[in-house]
Each structure stands twice: as structure tokens, then as C-alpha cells.
Ligand binder design. Structure first.
Ligand SMILES: NC(=O)c1ccc[n+]([C@@H]2O[C@H](COP(=O)([O-])OP(=O)(O)OC[C@H]3O[C@@H](n4cnc5c(N)ncnc54)[C@H](OP(=O)(O)O)[C@@H]3O)[C@@H](O)[C@H]2O)c1
Length: 484
């Protein structure tokens, strides 16, 4: 199976924050990989911009180092790296200042796609948008890419949308949620909407419940003070887990078209019920094994910010009434693992003796590690001894299915940046979607703040607080094991 690489149109991509962590770890190595794959046309240019006083040569050195550090060794072809670096430049600019803008303007070429990646703190988005226009650098065809966090509540998200809307139309704004760029997440749409198999069963009548898990092993050390102002609900649930929930729950769009897909996702968010306090469990990891706990890492002994959250959500519409969606995400957990598990109901009547190993069908979509899908089926246990049933996986790992081509699957950032150049917004969040997600999250957060709830401690390397287990147990269900 050969993955087709279709080159995008030539572009000038300016990365504000080009010297930052995200640019070094993800954006620049990703662009190099697309260059290597033949997707980035040779007459494209990448221009880094930040306050640091660097020249082109200095920035190229930095990008070369980033490639050496973050691209697998077998992909680091010397000649290709040199050819890629030839396409890179740098302009020193303060987003809040006046210097450098005319120089940047002089670097931009006519008749190529212009894209501006705002890989800086959101507080600078307005300054960048305003100055790009004031200096005539952005035009009606230019695109801007903005990073998370997109606000910390509805009011701040609205304010950000408003400030961007002063200078750019919605069709020019690409709000990144890198979960949407993951191969498996897009496959979720293919599985649902390119097969007749699941769609008739994809409803409360046949689905018992859905679990969405995003588990990390890392803590917040090094960025604890920053994280403490946000927490798992703002950092993960309002955006990433919400997007996954939407893709599972949405109605089939009339076409695989940006607004058709985003309209359907928006309807799901708007149909979400308020979450009851008893359906929320928040946790903070404790110290152990010579490592500090959350309160030490956040340098806030009185912190009430959650490093773990589990929620039971309901969607009030015809398709989903009565099927709970359980979401959980946390840091310092047993394994780094993200998956969506759709558990189907048992058949209405068993012709087999129930004692003989009855289990339900589960469709598991693994986002990491080992991206792929797994359908748990019941079959007869082989051999004599009567009709005993056993559960077996129909397992599709992308790495196995695609063989050597799997290595060329672009990572989320690579794919999303190429989509920006193509002008395809399907995998980016629209302004109204982000606002609707905050409108759902805000009262939940205000609820625990008003009650003065404290997160429950949990052991590092565990699967989260005890109460999270109870959230499922009291419904007669169990979380799936968190496995790496
Ligand atoms: N790192 C990640 O994994 C990650 C993941 C998701 C989202 N994000 C988001 O991506 C954005 C960038 O994150 P980061 O981790 O790369 O941050 P970072 O390492 O702190 O880098 C910030 C970048 O912005 C530049 N900068 C700061 N103030 C500036 C100004 N006034 N004018 C122009 N440039 C300025 C910095 O360079 P100078 O100091 O030289 O100006 C640097 O290049 C943030 O919005 C963050 O929330 C990051």
C-alpha cells in the first residue's frame, strides 16, 4: 500500500515564536519531514520570527539542531537537510513593537500562499493580527494558525475571537487542536461514514456506553506554575476530549466538507447536558518514588487545580439519550495511553448458557501507543468440551497494516500545517465550536470552585483516584485498564 504524497502549492510560512519549544520540537521538524516526503514544493519559504537577535544563518543553525534532535536518525539525510535549511530565513520582531515588520514585508513573495503561524502566547495574537494588517503583510487570502489554549473561559475565548475577527475572516483562521490531526482520529470518521457496518448500531439502542481516556505518565514539573492556572478540564477536556466525543457522537455530515463537519460537531456540544457534581471526580497526583507530587510541582501548597479528571456526560438528542460518555484524563498515571472504547449492549437474548463466558462487543480506537483499532468479538472457544465462548480481538494495527509506509504517515502537526496551505479547515476548530465548548465547561468549573471542592490525591503510577473507579462501579461498569 503506497501513501500518495500530493505536493501543496508553494508557500511563504512565517512562524512567530520560531525559536520556541513548539516550533523546535514539532513545527520545524514536521516541515522538514514534509519536505523530505516531497510534499513541500522546493520554492516554498519558512521564515522564523521572534524577538531574539538572530540572522538567517543563526536561525538555520537552530533549525538544524532541532532536526538533529527531533527527527529520527535514519531520516536525517545531510543533503536534504541542507536543501531544507536553504529555504529558511529569520526576521527579528517583537509582536508588540514596531521594528522588523517592513523587513518581513520585504521577504514575502507575490503569488504564493501566505500563512502565519502564531506559536506564541495567546496574549500576543491581537498584536500580531493588527500589525500584519497595518503593514500590509496579510491579505484576504492569507491564513493564520493559532495555538491552544484558545481562552480559559467563554469570555476570554470570545475576546480572542473578536480580536482576530477584526483583521481576519473566519475562513482565514485555523485553530489547532492537534488531536484532530491524528491518523486514527480521522480513521474514526472513515470507519463511521465509509462503512455501512457500524452506523445502524451507532445509537443508544445498541451502545451501552463510551469511554474516552487520555492518560499521561508525565507530571507537570517544569511548567507547574503555568499548569496550575489551567488544570485538566481546561487543558484537555474542553478541547481534545471534547473533539473526540464530537467525532463519535455527531450525525453524518452531508459531505466531508469543513463547515458540514463542524456544523455537526457543534450540534453535539450544544446537546451536552450540564454535568452533575456527583458525576465529576477530580484528582491531584501525590509524591512518591523520590518524586514530588502535584503541589510541589505547581509550587502551590494550597492548589485546588486538578491533574486528573473523570466525568460522566450525557448528550440529550434522539441518538444518544441514555448512553453515558465517560471521559477521563490525567497526569502521572500508569501508562501513556489514549483510546476511545465503544461498548455495545449484550444481545437481547442469549441462546447460550450465560455462565459460559459471556462478554460484550467493544470497538477500541487506539490513538497511542500503537495506533489502530480493535473489535472485540465473541467466538467459540476451540476444541471439544461444548459451546464455550471466548472474546477475541479483530486487531488492526496501522503499523502492521501499512508496513513500511506507516513510517511515512505524517504526524498530527505535519498534516495540519499542510492542510493550512491547502486551505482545508475540516480538522480545525471553528470559533463557534470553541465558544460552545467553553459554554459547557464554564458552569462545571464554576460549580466546583463555588463548592470549594478539593481534588482527591492519587498515587503516581496508578489509574487515578479511588472515586473515579466508583463513578463507573455504581453504574455497574468498569474503566478499561490503562495499558501502554
Ligand atoms: N510547547 C508545546 O508543546 C505546546 C503545545 C501546545 C500548545 N502550545 C502553545 O504554543 C505557543 C508557543 O509555545 P512554546 O512552548 O513554543 O513557548 P515558548 O517555548 O515559551 O516560546 C515562545 C516563543 O515566542 C517568542 N516570543 C515571546 N514573546 C514574543 C514577542 N513579544 N514577540 C515575538 N515573539 C515573542 C519567543 O521568542 P523570543 O523570546 O526570542 O521573542 C519564542 O520563540 C503557546 O501559545 C503555547 O500555549 C505549545
Amino acid at each position: 500500500m503506497v501513501s500518495r504524497v500530493i505536493p501543496v502549492d508553494p508557500f511563504d510560512l512565517v512562524i512567530f515564536g520560531g525559536t520556541g519549544d513548539l516550533a523546535r520540537r514539532k513545527i520545524l521538524p514536521g516541515l522538514y519531514r514534509r519536505f523530505l516526503a516531497g510534499q513541500m514544493p522546493p520554492d516554498s519559504r519558512i521564515i522564523g520570527a521572534a524577538r531574539a537577535e538572530l540572522d538567517d544563518a543563526g536561525f538555520r543553525l537552530m533549525v538544524g539542531d532541532a532536526i538533529a534532535e527531533f527527527v529520527p536518525k535514519d531520516r536525517q539525510d545531510k543533503a536534504q537537510v541542507a536543501a531544507f535549511l536553504d529555504r529558511i530565513g529569520y526576521v527579528s520582531i517583537d509582536a508588540k513593537g514596531t521594528g522588523g515588520w517592513e523587513q518581513l514585508k520585504g521577504r514575502m513573495r507575490p503569488n504564493v500562499v501566505r500563512a502565519f503561524y502564531f506559536s506564541v502566547a495567546p496574549a500576543l495574537f491581537g498584536d500580531l493580527a493588527e500589525r500584519l494588517h497595518a503593514h500590509g503583510i496579510a491579505d484576504a487570502w492569507s491564513r493564520i494558525v493559532v495555538e491552544k489554549p484558545f481562552g480559559r473561559d467563554l469570555a476570554s475565548a470570545r475576546a480572542l475571537n473578536a480580536v482576530l475577527a477584526e483583521h481576519f475572516d473566519e475562513h482565514q483562521i485555523y485553530r489547532i487542536d492537534h488531536y484532530l490531526g491524528k491518523e486514527t482520529v480521522q480513521n474514526l470518521m472513515a470507519v463511521r461514514f465509509a462503512n455501512i457496518l457500524f452506523e445502524p448500531l451507532w445509537k443508544a439502542e445498541y451502545i451501552d456506553h463510551v469511554q474516552i481516556t487520555v492518560a499521561e505518565t508525565v507530571g507537570v514539573e517544569g511548567r507547574g506554575a503555568y499548569y496550575d492556572k489551567s488544570g485538566a478540564m481546561r487543558d484537555m477536556v474542553q478541547n481534545h476530549l471534547m473533539q473526540l466525543l464530537c467525532l463519535i457522537a455527531m450525525e453524518p455530515p452531508y459531505h466531508f466538507d469543513p463547515d458540514a463537519v463542524r456544523d455537526e460537531k457543534l450540534k453535539v456540544i450544544r446537546a451536552l447536558d450540564a454535568v452533575k457534581p456527583e458525576d465529576i471526580v477530580r484528582g491531584q497526583y501525590l509524591g512518591g518514588g523520590g518524586q514530588g507530587g502535584y503541589v510541589e510541582h505547581s509550587e502551590n501548597p494550597n492548589s485546588r487545580t486538578e491533574s486528573y479528571i473523570a466525568l460522566k456526560c450525557h448528550i440529550s438528542n434522539w441518538r444518544w439519550k441514555g448512553t453515558p460518555f465517560y471521559l477521563r484524563t490525567g497526569k502521572r498515571l500508569r501508562a501513556r495511553a489514549s483510546e476511545i472504547a465503544i461498548t455495545f449492549k449484550e444481545p437481547p437474548h442469549s441462546i447460550f448458557d450465560d455462565a459460559k463466558g459471556w462478554r460484550e462487543n467493544v470497538l477500541v480506537i487506539r490513538l497511542q501507543p500503537n495506533e489502530g483499532m480493535n473489535l472485540m468479538m465473541m467466538i467459540k472457544e476451540p476444541g471439544p468440551g461444548g459451546m464455550r465462548l471466548m472474546q477475541v480481538p479483530l486487531d488492526m494495527s496501522f503499523a502492521d497494516a501499512l508496513g513500511a509506509d506507516a513510517e511515512d504517515i505524517p504526524d498530527a502537526y505535519e498534516r495540519l500545517i499542510m492542510d493550512v496551505i491547502r486551505g482545508n479547515q475540516t480538522l480545525f476548530m471553528r470559533g463557534d465550536e470553541v465558544e460552545a465548548a467553553w459554554a459547557w465547561a464554564d458552569p462545571i468549573i464554576a460549580g466546583w470552585e463555588g463548592r470549594g471542592d478539593r481534588p482527591q490525591g492519587y498515587d503516581p503510577g496508578s489509574s487515578g483516584p479511588e472515586d473515579a473507579l466508583m463513578l463507573m462501579h455504581r453504574d455497574g461498569r468498569r474503566w478499561r485498564e490503562i495499558k501502554g
